[in-house]
Design a protein. Structure first.
Length: 446
């Protein structure tokens, strides 16, 4: 396999291939090791060995392993240096960090750039503003690198394109779609000018697909992800293929095709390694539980949640624990346990308010309002909606989301806020979070 590890069992590949072929993809099933440099056809720097020359095999293998070990040692040292430079850099105030990069050759390191990209990805789950700052630093570092720093023009172009794509993704999660479009245009321009590595291309297309999903440009998102899936399949990248299947499942979920979402998530989970990709594996499990619950399979969702709970606890950070508690509330509601659901939703809402995460608090408050709607508790439903509307107005949060909450409040005052309306507003808030251009199309005035 391209990553140097044994491939998945044949039956796993066949089930994944079958699903991918149903999507109309023309996949290349052959793979080759990615650590050997590509040679022109008919040329090779590997010695030809006669079958009877068994003694030569050991010599060749020894040389190969020595070369691999030497290269791995160099990479490990460079990665450690990149990490040290990162830790040194972030000790300075944010305003000084960019100045240091531009004025000190010390920070002109491709491994520092790689570490900034990795940290930006991680911060995207925790602090979107910091993720944006790190992405800008990565772009600044890459802009100062030379082909000699990166062992060639293609490697430099690949790194530069990836930093711009990472900046585009950081803009996306900060709801700046204009900035995201501009960043992805830069990434594409770099790829068209100098050519980039296949793996870098897949990563860039994957991030761009997330932007298209947020923009509700689903057909484009599917096309991009199908190309990503094809590349990862061609390279034999098991974990990355699993991640791209998870991404495609999210687009299916957005279009309302929950059965396809479930099928893709099951395939993704067979490919993702929970040890190597704990966050992606947990996210896929989480999404599968949500989809099962939304399709009326609350008992199956509950069983999977029971076995997934230790993964949330192992991750340990507060945000994942809140996601767990929120999911427990949703599954409880699916099982008809309204009191347990209400307790969970209240707990999560209060925690989000405490953390200043008003948008998350509003979405979970709408789940709480759904409990009130099913029980005919109109006064409490109105109170929950008005509290969130007041927060959105005071912080000037998303004009259309505010309009959706206002509409719900009007319906609640007239005691016409039924469960379906609460769900429509909740769904809109989830979709509008990363798309400030999305408009709330409400039914006839209550």
């Amino acid at each position: 396999m391209g990553d140097g590890h044994p491939g998945p069992p044949a039956e796993e590949w066949s089930s994944v291939e079958r699903l991918l072929q149903e999507s109309g993809l023309d996949l290349q099933t052959a793979t080759r090791p990615t650590w050997w440099p590509l040679q022109p056809e008919g040329e090779t720097d590997e010695p030809e060995l006669e079958p009877q020359a068994g003694g030569l095999y050991d010599e060749v293998f020894d040389r190969v392993f020595q070369r691999v070990a030497s290269q791995e040692s160099v990479v490990a040292r460079e990665r450690a240096r990149g990490r040290d430079l990162f830790e040194e850099l972030v000790r300075h105030p944010p305003a000084r960090q960019l100045l240091l990069i531009r004025n000190s050759t010390r920070y002109r390191s491709p491994m520092l750039c790689e570490h900034l990209i990795e940290e930006c990805q991680a911060e995207g789950f925790k602090d979107v503003f910091r993720a944006l700052s790190l992405a800008r630093l990565a772009v600044a570092v890459a802009d100062l690198l030379t082909p000699a720093d990166c062992v060639g023009e293609e490697s430099l172009a690949s790194l530069k394109a990836r930093t711009w794509a990472q900046l585009g993704n950081a803009c996306r999660i900060n709801a700046d779609h204009t900035g995201a479009e501009q960043a992805f245009e830069q990434a594409r321009a770099i790829g068209q000018t100098g050519g980039i590595e296949l793996l870098a291309k897949a990563r860039i297309l994957d991030l761009e697909a997330s932007l298209r999903r947020d923009q509700r440009r689903f057909q484009e998102a599917f096309q991009l992800l199908d190309e990503v899936i094809s590349i990862y399949h061609q390279l034999g990248q098991r974990n990355l293929l699993g991640r791209s299947l998870k991404q495609k499942s999210m687009v299916c979920g957005e279009t309302g095709d929950l059965e396809s979402e479930i099928a893709l998530l099951r395939c993704a989970l067979r490919l993702l390694d929970p040890e190597e990709e704990p966050r992606s594996f947990l996210a896929a499990r989480h999404n599968l539980i949500v989809a099962l619950n939304e399709t009326g399979r609350a008992r199956e969702a509950f069983a999977l949640l029971f076995y997934t709970r230790p993964l949330y606890l192992k991750m340990g950070d507060r945000m994942n624990l809140l996601r767990l508690r929120w999911l427990e509330g949703s599954v409880s509601l699916g099982l008809g346990r309204a009191e347990q659901a209400e307790a969970a939703f209240r707990e999560v809402r209060d925690a989000y308010v405490e953390l200043g995460l008003d948008y998350d608090a509003a979405v979970v408050s709408l789940d709480l309002a759904g409990v009130y709607a099913t029980q005919g508790r109109s006064a409490e439903l109105l109170q929950a909606a008005e509290e969130m509307l007041a927060i959105f107005r005071s912080h000037n949060i998303h004009r259309e989301a505010t309009a959706a909450l206002l509409y719900l409040c009007q319906a609640a005052r007239m005691e016409k806020a039924e469960l379906q309306l609460v769900r429509e507003v909740a769904d809109f808030l989830k979709r509008a979070r990363n798309n400030s251009d999305l408009q709330f199309l409400h039914p006839a005035a209550p």
